[in-house]
Design a protein around this ligand. Structure first.
Ligand SMILES: *Cc1c(COP(=O)(O)O)cnc(C)c1O
Length: 384
């Protein structure tokens, strides 16, 4: 590890946690598709492995890589982003605790708080986390966690991570940042004072729409140890092949994120000039409310763009249906471009709540195809 500390992101993405295989020299960490390990006498473990829920060498490689990329002390890989979130919540919260959650977030995160964790006595309230004063006002004596998603899903809201880290510290609460939209290449929340980073590795980390996974990275070893204990005790771990796919994706994360950012900037520009578009949500646009903070805490502005369509819900659904190169589908962060209607698709579960999204909203995950082809498809989908 010490020799890796001075290395840059692109190098760590390819090498951290993945020395050549000691026995064969294989330059890629093998898929250790195995559940149990031979012991050399009772308790004589080779390399600490005894059972693959507790630890598996392929998963270990990914977990060390994740910790290096986010600059944390401990990385943990899970079967999905929500499994990672569930493990975090059940590790650090207890009945009576209160959590501040954002008014714009992944629908499944909201559902986990509102429909699952609440039944176990954890209280939550919603705040506009892009406004530090609103977060301060939402604090209660029992607040133990502030949850942030930045850029947020699907409205691309920006939260000042350093400002919220100060608020959390003053309140004896932990700051959790869902870094799925940015990825550690574009944004490193732990360096800005966050305690834990959450990922759906299904998205940009995997990057090829071929795996579902999640991750936690803890800034401190103590919390990392507690999370690892619960990961094993609760059991929603990433399997070896899934861990391998995420690791393979991460090797190209930096080049993909640069191209996603290039293409999304061009898409946002086209949309902001289009007569059928009433509003564009992209933190790279100077008129975006969070632009200055995004410019301060992100390297680039990422690949997600949302926009509102003149003519309301039906017109927005029509644009989604007319798109050809942009594939109509949920999820995001893969090399291929996707289009969706959050109100009826990814965010259907927040309808009627404080997190409800505009009915005329369309969300794009801008891929790394030729940007000219992407712009052409959007022009035809929006109509003349
Ligand atoms: C997809 C997503 C999640 C949930 O991750 P899964 O891998 O689908 O369980 C959490 N947060 C954000 C921002 C997401 O986009």
């Amino acid at each position: 590890m010490s020799e890796q500390q001075h290395q840059n992101f692109e190098t760590l993405a390819i090498h951290a946690g993945q020395p050549a295989d000691a026995q064969t020299g294989a330059v890629v960490t093998p898929i250790y598709q195995v559940s149990t390990y031979k012991q050399d006498g009772v308790g004589g473990l080779r390399g600490g492995y005894e059972y693959s829920r507790s630890a598996n060498p392929t998963r270990t490689a990914l977990e060390e890589n994740l910790a290096a990329l986010e600059g944390g002390r401990r990385g943990l890989a899970f079967a999905s982003g929500l499994a990672a979130e569930d493990c975090l919540l059940r590790t650090v919260l207890k009945p009576g605790d209160h959590v501040v959650i954002p008014n714009d977030a992944y629908g499944g995160t909201f559902r986990l708080f509102a429909k699952v964790v609440e039944r176990w006595g954890v209280r939550w309230s919603v705040a506009d986390t892009s406004d530090p004063a609103a977060v301060r006002a939402a604090l209660r004596p029992e607040t133990r966690m502030i949850w942030v998603e930045t850029p947020s899903n699907p409205l691309l809201g920006i939260t000042d991570i350093a400002a919220l880290a100060d608020i959390a510290r003053g309140a004896d609460a932990r700051l959790v940042v869902d870094n799925t939209f940015a990825s550690p290449y574009l944004q490193q929340p732990l360096a800005l004072g966050a305690d834990v980073v959450v990922h759906s590795t299904t998205k940009y980390m995997g990057g090829h729409s071929d795996v579902v996974g999640g991750a936690l990275v803890a800034a401190e070893a103590g919390l990392g140890e507690e999370l690892a204990y619960h990961q094993n005790a609760m059991g929603a771990v990433a399997g070896p092949f899934d861990a391998w796919l995420v690791m393979r994706g991460i090797k190209t994360l930096a080049v993909r994120m640069d191209r996603h950012s290039d293409n999304a900037a061009r898409v946002a520009e086209l949309l902001s000039l289009h007569p059928k578009v009433t509003q564009v949500f992209y933190p790279g646009l100077p008129e975006h409310a969070g632009h200055d903070i995004a410019a301060k805490q992100m390297k680039r502005f990422g690949g997600m763009v949302s926009f509102r369509v003149a003519g309301g819900e039906e017109a927005a659904v029509e644009v989604c249906n007319r798109a050809r190169l942009f594939t109509l589908g949920e999820s995001l962060g893969g090399v291929e471009s996707l289009i969706e209607h959050p109100g009826r698709m990814t965010h259907a579960s927040v309808a009627g709540s404080a997190l409800e999204v505009p009915a005329d909203l369309v969300r794009l995950s801008v891929g790394i195809e030729s940007v000219d082809d992407l712009l052409e498809d959007l022009r035809q989908a929006l109509g003349a």
